[in-house]
Design a protein around this ligand. Structure first.
Ligand code: ATP
Ligand code: MG
Ligand code: MG
Ligand code: MG
Length: 479
């Protein structure tokens, strides 16, 4: 099946189960000071779930554009380095607002995966909440009993609060969840190591594809739990991972969602995918980020100097850097990938084609302006080069390049190496630490799916990013 067919089959399946198919909400959120980007399918139903908006349809399903680059869900560092986390991805979801509950949610998930898509049952695992005695929460035996109709007991795995209990925030709806994982490794690998031991262990080919959340409690301000009067089913399935499983590839990037884009990057850069790990990472980063930037622009969020726009700008720059460093792309090129992206996703998201001209223009300008910054940074670096071969660049200059010109340490080191020199890594890290200490004093606003609004709107002043350390969001509360 092609990705287009898979996406459609999901909607058709849930329509046949009397779900209303709704459009994706925008990926960029303009009217919620607590959340910059849609990071899950349920975001657009927050008010319905909280009981602040009427239930228009008790059963809905959709494919939602999500972005996970800030706040509670931040996968940016992984993207490109692994093969199954994206910045922007599509989340297929079905919901029940006070209608069906665990039994149907599990039954239909199983039916869709094994009967419609015909995924191999022997490769599937389910996780269920193991319970939390300190809160008087028992194991989710109910969910387990439904899974037992389809799966042998040993492939139903207990999971802890972190993976198997979902909460909207400090208070509000919450409940256990049950994830479906798939082992897509070749037979020979499977014979060596039991997939059981690899579930929820960051293995790129034993991955979580679907999360079924059973909201059955309300957490009150004193921390205690009460039963929710209207229980909610909220599911989310990673579409790109599903395509990988259905199409029998070992990486999301080998599916028909990404291969055409990677092919085009290869053509433009005259490099081949699959020969050199660094080149591959760069190609994956670019193939991923071009989607994010294009969809952000169609949602009305252009790259800029503040808030969401700044996040988008940094993502674009990350792609340009990888292209510059590992693909030798010293001229703007990402905008040339847009026609290919439209071929792949234009049917499902007509906004891409409708705004093609704008996307290309904005991207090209951003790329060119950042490439000029890169060149200026390189000149600064060359002016500050140590006196002789084997010399060491000071940590201060390396950090200035990073902070002002967006040079991660590995780019600086790469350039230095060409001159037979190196950087003072300890000095760089010390400068970085000083920066983090300054940032720690500022209030982080995005800690959960939603957080309380602080006094005055928080001002986003940027984020730091390196390839080896977790990046931090820096906010400064407006006085
Ligand atoms: P993971 O543990 O793999 O990071 P998650 O538990 O954070 O996933 P959920 O919040 O449960 O993910 O989201 C529902 C589904 O969305 C996941 O089961 C997965 O298939 C998909 N998904 C989550 N994050 C990403 C991502 N960054 N890129 C692509 N798909 C994702
Ligand atoms: Mg995650
Ligand atoms: Mg998970
Ligand atoms: Mg999950």
């Amino acid at each position: 099946m092609t990705s287009k067919e898979i996406r459609q089959s999901y909607k058709d399946f849930f329509q046949s189960k009397e779900h209303r198919i709704v459009p994706s909400a925008p990926m960029v959120i303009k009217d919620d000071p607590t959340l910059m980007f849609t990071n899950a399918g349920m975001n657009q139903f927050k008010d319905v779930i909280l009981g602040n908006a009427p239930i228009k349809y008790p059963r809905v399903a959709d494919s939602q554009k999500c972005l996970r680059v800030s706040g509670k869900h931040n996968d940016l560092e992984e993207v490109g380095h692994d093969t199954y986390h994206h910045t922007m991805f599509e989340m297929l979801g079905n919901w029940s607002f006070g209608d069906y509950f665990k039994k149907e949610a599990i039954e239909w998930a199983w039916e869709y995966l094994t009967e419609v898509l015909k995924l191999d049952k022997d490769r599937l695992y389910a996780t269920v909440f193991e319970g939390a005695p300190e809160e008087n929460l028992e194991r989710d035996d109910e969910a387990a009993s439904y899974w037992e109709k389809y799966l042998p007991k040993e492939r139903i795995i207990n999971g802890n609060k972190k993976d198997n209990f979902w909460e909207m925030g400090d208070t509000g709806p919450c409940g256990p969840c049950s994830e479906i994982h798939i082992d897509i490794r070749p037979e020979s690998e499977r014979a060596k190591v039991d997939g059981l031991t690899l579930v929820n262990n960051d293995h790129p080919q034993v991955v979580e594809i679907w999360n079924l959340v059973f909201m059955q409690y309300n957490r009150k301000a004193d921390g205690s739990l009460e039963q929710l009067p209207a229980k909610v089913i909220d599911t989310g399935m990673g579409f790109e991972r599903l395509c990988m499983a259905v199409q029998g590839t070992l990486s999301n990037y080998d599916t028909d969602l990404f291969q055409p884009i990677i092919g085009k990057i290869g053509e433009i850069s005259d490099k081949k995918y699959g020969e050199d790990e660094k080149v591959d990472i760069a190609m994956r980063v670019i193939a991923d980020h071009v989607r994010t930037i294009a969809f952000s622009i169609t949602d009305g969020q252009l790259p800029s100097n503040a808030k969401a726009g700044y996040v988008i700008r940094r993502i674009l720059r990350r792609a340009v850097r990888y292209g510059y460093t590992f693909l030798n792309m010293h001229e703007s090129f990402m905008y040339r990938l847009i026609p290919t992206l439209i071929e792949v996703m234009g049917d499902a998201y007509p906004e891409l084609e409708a705004q093609q001209g704008l996307i290309e223009k904005v991207m090209k300008e951003e790329e060119e302006s950042f490439l000029r910054t890169l060149e200026t940074g390189i000149k600064l670096l060359e002016r500050n080069l140590p006196e002789k071969e084997g010399g060491v660049l000071s940590g201060e200059v390396a950090f200035k390049l990073y902070d002002t010109f967006g040079f991660p340490l590995d780019l600086t080191e790469l350039i230095l190496r060409e001159h037979g020199m190196s950087a003072d890594v300890a000095g760089f890290n010390a400068e970085m630490q000083k920066q983090k200490d300054r940032a720690r004093n500022a209030a982080a606003v995005e800690t959960g799916d939603w957080t309380k609004v602080h006094d005055g709107e928080p001002e986003f002043v940027g984020y730091d990013e390196t390839e080896s350390t977790a990046h931090i969001l820096r906010y400064r509360a407006v006085k």
